[in-house]
Design a protein around this ligand. Structure first.
Ligand code: RIB
Length: 301
């Protein structure tokens, strides 16, 4: 098994659960609040590690108590956090998450995440490793590490979340892109909705300029567009509590399975089952399943 290296964000998620979301200008009471570890990078690293991959994370936290807590979470989950820098003059990333009606809306305060410069990357890619990144840390850093990864024969997975402006040359450094339907619409300028027909999803995926694209479509499932063709997988049934981090679970599980030498389709089926497990628990990182849980879910499918 090869190593998974995540170059990405670490956040403290402040989650308010309520029966509905307030509209602009409205105050609602009766929510419950939880402080749970998150950040797309940390979530993906925890998912990969819980599923058995040797995993490391590169990123930055602030010089505060949240940063210390996130380091403890990584250690508890067996993730090598020696590449996480502490930027004393900054704050650890925070995400304000509203969970209502089985869905979530997130506002991020990036803090140290966006200060994670290329010069702070303390690890070189090795042949065969799987390198993951998202869009919650500087694109210049992602581009630099992906360029190095490509140069030595490591594989690169980019989760285009959340979509920001990026140079098209970045896509030439990506082996597998993973994004949801909102991100697909934003990245391609196409009108994509959760109900768009598969052919529209496939066509939009083709515009990204990446050999393999996985569009994750929530309760509908996923569409994989690769040089081998198009594959559509239905989502597995789940009792949804909180969808936060389900996409991250998918990406981390996909990477873990690829690191174990499985092919793309096997890895995507596995990741689909992992994501179904994750939505049944509150929070992002805490909802990542174990290999035993995913195996049980696959056996029931
Ligand atoms: O994808 C979910 C994650 O997005 C949350 O954990 C939050 O921190 C934001 O990064």
């Amino acid at each position: 098994m090869t190593r998974v290296v995540v170059c990405g964000s670490l956040n403290m998620d402040v989650i308010a659960q309520s029966t509905r979301r307030p509209v602009a200008g409205e105050t609602i009471l009766g929510a419950t609040v939880s402080f749970l570890p998150g950040g797309k990078g940390l979530n993906q690293a925890v998912a990969a590690s819980r599923l058995g991959a040797k995993t490391a994370i590169l990123g930055a936290v602030g010089g505060d108590a949240f940063g210390e807590t996130l380091r403890e979470v990584l250690a508890d989950n067996g993730v090598d956090a020696s590449g996480v820098r502490t930027i004393g003059k900054s704050t650890t990333g925070v995400a304000l998450i509203q969970v209502a009606e089985g869905d979530n809306a997130i506002t991020g305060a990036s803090g140290a995440n966006m200060l994670f410069a290329t010069s702070m990357v303390g690890r070189e890619p090795r042949r065969g490793e799987i390198w993951l990144a998202q869009f919650e840390t500087p694109i210049t850093t992602t581009e630099a590490v992906f360029r190095r990864a490509r140069a030595v024969g490591a594989r690169t997975i980019l989760n285009l979340a959340p979509v920001v402006r990026y140079p098209s040359r970045l896509m030439k450094l990506v082996d597998i892109a993973v994004l949801n339907e909102i991100e697909l619409a934003q990245a391609t300028g196409r009108r994509i909705t959760p109900k768009s027909p598969d052919r529209d999803i496939v066509s939009a995926c083709g515009r990204l300029g990446v050999p393999t694209v996985v569009a994750t479509l929530g309760g509908r499932g996923l569409v994989i567009v690769s040089p081998d063709g198009v594959t559509v997988l239905a989502a597995l049934p789940a009792k949804v509590v909180d969808t936060t981090g389900a996409g991250d679970c998918f990406v981390g599980a996909l990477a873990a399975r690829l690191a174990a030498g499985r092919d793309l389709l096997d890895a995507a089926r596995y990741a689909n089952a992992a994501a179904a497990c994750s939505v049944e628990r509150l929070g992002a990182a805490p909802s990542m399943p174990t290999a035993r849980e995913v195996a049980a879910r696959l056996a029931r499918a």
